[in-house]
Design a binder for this molecule. Structure first.
Ligand code: SAM
Length: 639
């Protein structure tokens, strides 16, 4: 009989792409019914991985045949994966959080354990619960308390809890403190000190969860607060080692991405991961592969944004969210937001149950929280929005029904103005500095304070001729002399170093056609949306984003974009700055959905046009609500 060891099984998602079938078997040992089964060799699998990873633009990923076997959960004949990958890992103690370890408050721990269903009323001794990064035991000790209460309730013995819990901790001293606290807890329950020590040492191990969980058992629950260590703060070599094991760790992601992947991989069917963790991965590019893997194979069950809530013992800006992810088909999602008033409820009330009751309308309020429940979650690699729970439904509906603003059908495009590399040389208000046809009226952010551009008299000293070639300086003696005078400064720029012949070019080429077109400008970094019309007079500077269209009346579109409805898209997807400033960058503007301009009634169009002219946000929002046909959700938009 042929030796089957180098053969691996790959589940193929019908109508799926290459990554889907690789990913599906990475993440699930159970082949769903819509999967066919294929036997293929590691030699064939490797090019598939590489091809897909090139598509993902992952910088470097060397997948050995052995690694493929490990990732696909194939028995490697007794050799542990961690022994192989540990070789080039730096010493454990070096990997620590540079800004200090963040410890979770006990009411947040209770909320998370309750949401995940780790309650004393259940037979917890029969489960296997893992804390991947125990610290001093903020989760571990409440887990032990619940476990011991459950043992009593279910008539089990202490002995039966020995393999019900496993806490990892990389730092030896933290692990020792966690063990001591566990011993104290056991002793307070009447366990003798010797037995207590033995049990506690069995529960807590010093080790790297990202490496060692791969040989651990499948778990019913993975719960905790993973470390936050940015790409740049990890010691050399560590990131590449982790990335070889956890393919969702793409780009310059934080280590917690690896913890989420490792955690969900460890789950049994029906098991849950419950973390409090930074939520940047939900929108950042580096979270794209994690979002895709989760939406393919797991169910988002709870997302509670806690940016302003007092979740941690230390006062840190970690932008955290509580997440519960289950290895199951996607079901209803509880989406909540906690503000600075969020706090534990009186002992008689259970916060997790109250949030569920609020989401289903059984109670009216929970102080410090807004909550909703949605029946669908986001799929693919696209960012997950961050909005108030009641706005999520609006967003979902608009995204389902309407097309993105940038659309070939309407010839609508979004872009950014010209970057020069040295504005002090290229931007001037001197109308006589070079030949007049080398001066392009330049719109600056400050020119967009009202609804129409008020040009401040700035020019771009324009080195480009039509056809996107730089001009011949011999034909423009004054321009030539000006650039020669500033030659040293211009040569400092990377773009000049890269292309020696056109050392006087701006970073971006100038598209002269754009100047003559009507366009809407958006200054970046604003508290509110501020579209401004340019009637073919100026060219945008690089801190302005612009929008042109073949079909839209730009004043009508401007009214729509002035409205709170359009702003909702920006609020949902952009990374907010301190004080609530929004980024109006191209990638966020492109998220805006709009109704079909050819189907809009003349009355609504007139309302939008007028409100744009008068900068009337309230009127624009009311007209937009009609244009989108969301009158039933009008209450969401307070002006
Ligand atoms: C953010 S703290 C969380 C502590 C505790 N779970 C809590 O919520 O208060 C993260 C802990 O993870 C530990 N840690 C860092 N990298 C680790 C790794 N690769 N494996 C296990 N623990 C790790 C750190 O030493 C730190 O104690």
């Amino acid at each position: 009989m042929a030796d089957l060891r180098p053969i691996v099984s790959v589940a193929i998602v019908q109508q799926g792409d290459v990554f889907s079938h690789i990913a599906s078997h990475w993440y699930t040992p159970v082949v769903p019914s819509n999967h066919a089964f294929l036997l293929t060799s590691c030699e064939r699998l490797n090019p598939m991985y590489r091809r897909q990873l090139r598509v993902m633009r992952q910088e470097s990923f060397e997948m050995t045949a052995k690694q493929a076997q490990l990732d696909l959960g194939i028995d490697t004949g007794g050799e542990t994966p961690s022994s192989e990958v540990r070789v080039d890992l730096p010493s454990l103690t070096v990997i620590s959080e540079p800004k200090g370890v963040v410890y979770t408050k006990s009411w947040v721990v209770d909320l998370i354990l309750d949401l995940a269903g780790y309650r004393a009323s259940e037979d917890l001794a029969a489960l296997y619960a893992v804390e991947p990064s125990a610290g001093d035991g903020a989760f571990l000790i409440p887990m032990i308390r619940r476990l011991l209460d459950s043992v009593e309730k279910h008539g089990k013995t202490l002995d039966e809890t020995r393999s019900s819990l496993h806490a990892y901790e990389l730092n030896q001293e933290s692990a020792a403190r966690a063990i001591n606290l566990a011993v104290t807890e056991l002793v307070s329950r009447g366990v003798d000190a010797k037995t207590a020590k033995k049990i506690a040492r069995g529960w807590v191990t010093v080790g790297d969860y990202l490496l060692e969980s791969r040989t651990d058992r499948k778990a019913d629950l993975v719960v905790g607060n993973p470390p936050y260590i940015r790409y740049d703060d990890l010691p050399e070599g560590a990131f590449d080692t982790y990335r070889r094991i956890y393919p969702t760790m793409v780009g310059r992601c934080d280590i917690y991405v690896g913890f989420i992947e490792a955690g969900v991989r460890q789950l049994v069917e029906g098991g849950a991961l419950a973390f409090i963790c930074a939520d940047r991965w939900m929108r950042a590019a580096y979270g794209a592969e994690l979002r895709r893997a989760l939406s393919l194979l797991f169910s988002m069950e709870v997302v509670i944004e806690m940016h302003d809530a007092p979740a941690f013992e230390n006062n840190v800006s970690a932008y955290p969210a509580v997440i519960v992810i289950r290895r199951a088909t996607q079901g209803t999602v509880l989406v909540a937001s906690a503000n600075a008033q969020a706090e534990p409820l009186p002992a008689s009330d259970n916060l997790a149950d109250s949030l569920v009751a609020l989401a289903h309308g059984r109670i009216d309020q929970v102080s410090g929280f807004t909550v909703t429940s949605v029946t669908k979650w986001f799929t693919g690699t696209g960012p997950w929005p961050s909005v108030e729970p009641n706005q999520l439904e609006v967003l979902r509906r608009l995204e389902e029904k309407f097309a993105p603003i940038e659309d070939a059908m309407t010839g609508t495009k979004v872009g950014i103005g010209v970057a020069t590399g040295n504005d002090s040389v290229y931007v001037t208000t001197d109308a006589d500095i070079v030949e007049s046809d080398r001066l392009l009226p330049l719109a600056m952010a400050a020119d967009t304070k009202t609804g129409t551009v008020v040009w401040s008299g700035h020019y771009l000293i324009d080195p480009w001729q039509r056809g996107a070639r730089h001009v011949d300086l011999a034909s423009y003696p004054r321009l030539g002399a000006y650039f020669q005078e500033h030659r040293d400064e211009l040569l400092q720029r990377n773009i000049a170093k890269r292309s020696k012949d056109d050392w006087y070019r701006t970073i971006d080429r100038v598209n002269h056609e754009l100047t003559k077109r009507d366009k809407l400008y958006f200054p970046d970094m604003k508290l509110v949306s501020n579209p401004t019309l340019d009637r073919g007079q100026t060219y945008p500077h690089h801190n302005l984003y612009f929008l042109v269209s073949d079909v839209w009346d730009l004043e009508v579109l401007g009214g729509l974009l002035l409205s709170k409805v359009a702003q909702l898209f920006i609020e949902a997807y952009c990374v907010k700055m301190r004080g609530g400033t929004l980024r109006f960058q191209a990638q966020y503007l492109r998220r805006i959905r709009v109704p079909d301009p050819t189907l809009m009634s003349e009355d609504i169009a007139a309302e939008l046009r007028e409100s744009f002219r008068n900068r009337d946000v309230v009127k624009a929002t009311n007209a937009a609500i009609e244009a989108y046909g969301i009158q039933d959700l009008a209450g969401t938009f307070s002006c």
